[in-house]
Design a protein around this ligand. Sequence first.
Ligand code: S3P
Length: 431
Amino acid sequence: MSVKNLNFTHNGLSGEIHIPGDKSISHRSIMFGSIAKGKTVVKNFLAGEDCLSTIACFRKLGVKIEHEDQTVIIHGEGIDALKEPEEVLDVGNSGTTIRLIMGILSGRPFHSVLIGDSSIGKRPMTRVVGPLKEMGAKIEGRQSGEFTPLSVTGGELESITYTLPVASAQVKSAIILAGLQAKGTTKIIEPEKTRDHTERMIHAFSGNVSNDNGTISVEGGQSFTATNLIVPGDISSAAFFLAAGAIVPNSKIVLKNVGLNPTRTGIIDVLKEMGAKMTIEPYESNGHEEPAGDIFIETSELKGVTIDGDKIPRLIDEIPIIALLSTQATGKTIIKDAQELKVKETNRIDTVVNELKKLGANIEATDDGMIIEGQTSLSGGTVESYGDHRIGMMLSIASLISDGDIELYQPDAIAVSYPSFFDHIDHLLVK
Ligand code: S3P
């Protein structure tokens, strides 16, 4: 197993970094570019492993996709041109790829097999498989379709009205993608608002979807027109450096081109509530459907907060780094209503709590979250990402404030969403 010794010597963080493209939006750009007609050019694409898995899957479905660095060109020929793949579709570590692609495949009159890595093999799929089967898709898999490997035989679909039992943009998006191919109007009732990148992307590709007070409606039989997209930086990647800027002594940094979609900015609200010294300069217009801007942040005195309810979906991926932030805040931070953490790339309640405890944090797991008592100084130690990119990055940021060196097992996982992560740390260090 690979291991990285994290022993950055520094005198704070300074300077600016350009945040790499948003993972959720990059996935969707490939998917919609593939089902649209014409040439879609995507700039600032996130060339992380997850999004590369999406490209590989759509190539196997017969789509011509050119990719160089942060630019992707998709030669779409419409959804009817997708072909039965001759090989298994491997989604790697990517939950977004497998769940969303099932929505597309459900309406395609052919057979596909989906697999992923060992983490994907533990993640629940019934939440997507259930409604897609209700619409008419034939999906089978291990444990009655709960786990990969999964096989999908698509065909004619009926529209449904479906209330999401979990606040999940992946489930919502899979049903939308199937609904676009179904007879009639599919309605999805969303009890808590989740990220709306799929809906925005439908508009960008000249399609229609509406949201009336939490009921999302999509008409079947739509076709899409290719477009050009510029992906904003991923706020979930920026979050690691927002935290670093706030907790590393003598720091003052600028994060450029951060996506500011309000369904994703829970981390900004939390940082403000904790007392972070931060300013945001939104861009006026950047030629695409997603808002973005620059964020300035500096070393701050933080206080504990309570995070629960409908705040959770707006920051679900940021909870590992919020846990680290909370170890440096005075008082108690309570995170609740976050059971979904248990079914992410790892069980993030367990992995966050176990690894931060090893560094001396005062943190306890609860059934639906965690409680952190601050402020504690962190020690060095041997920790592990468990193959989870966000756990790896959180522990790497911890090493910037730890008293001793941190040995991180499985650091490679970070390439799933942020291949230039260590270069960016290096760039910001004041040596
Ligand atoms: C994602 C949605 C979220 C998030 C994941 C990406 C997406 O998952 O945790 O990293 O791109 O739709 P859920 O929708 O399952 O909560």
